[in-house]
Design a protein around this ligand. Structure first.
Ligand SMILES: Cc1cc2nc3c(=O)[nH]c(=O)nc-3n(C[C@H](O)[C@H](O)[C@H](O)COP(=O)(O)O)c2cc1C
Length: 158
């Protein structure tokens, strides 16, 4: 049975969007149906139908989510929906130069989603913009094993 994955993109200068596009290209093969959505204009209802999500977001300001992710993040904090039917992964883009707030955008989403009952699958991918590796390369390496974890989970629950 095909697996539906929604990638939610929080970005300022487009790197997280590029990451999402590469992941979609890699995964969208009939077995997995991928829909990528920019976070602009989204609120907590984006998670209402439940299912599998990949939050792909960078970090700005002083460890904040990017501007286009703010409404969604704030909405989760205030509406506080029950997300027990949501499973998710996180690709967090940041820069270790900001050592106290490294990848906090992704960490913030992880914290609120798990607080609301959603279940994270696998470890967060933390990408460091000051490293030698491009975020889309790191993401393509990370997402294969992540999807294996997802499929194991789906089999356990079937
Ligand atoms: C003004 C500014 C503030 C930033 N603040 C942080 C931060 O607090 N923590 C962090 O880990 N990265 C921080 N970054 C790094 C970005 O998150 C990183 O470059 C990321 O790859 C950008 O992805 P995007 O193009 O999808 O927005 C900052 C970058 C800029 C330009």
């Amino acid at each position: 049975m095909p697996l539906d994955l929604t990638i939610l993109v929080g970005t300022m200068t487009g790197k997280a969007q590029l990451v999402a596009q590469e992941i979609e290209l890699m995964l969208d093969d009939g077995d997995t149906r991928v829909q990528t959505r920019m976070m602009d204009g989204l609120g907590a209802e984006a998670f209402a139908a439940g299912g599998l999500f990949l939050v792909c977001t960078s970090t700005y300001g002083q460890g904040d989510v990017p501007d286009n992710a703010k409404a969604l993040y704030e909405s989760l904090l205030t509406v506080r929906p029950d997300l027990s039917s949501v499973q998710y992964g996180v690709v967090a883009l940041g820069d270790r130069t900001y050592k106290d707030t490294f990848c906090n955008g992704g960490r913030r989403f992880d914290a609120i989603l798990s607080e609301l009952g959603a279940k994270r699958i696998g470890d967060i991918l933390f990408h460091d913009a000051s490293s030698h590796m491009l975020p889309e390369e790191a993401a393509v390496e990370w997402v294969g094993p992540w999807m294996e974890r997802v499929r194991e989970q789906v089999d356990v629950e079937a």
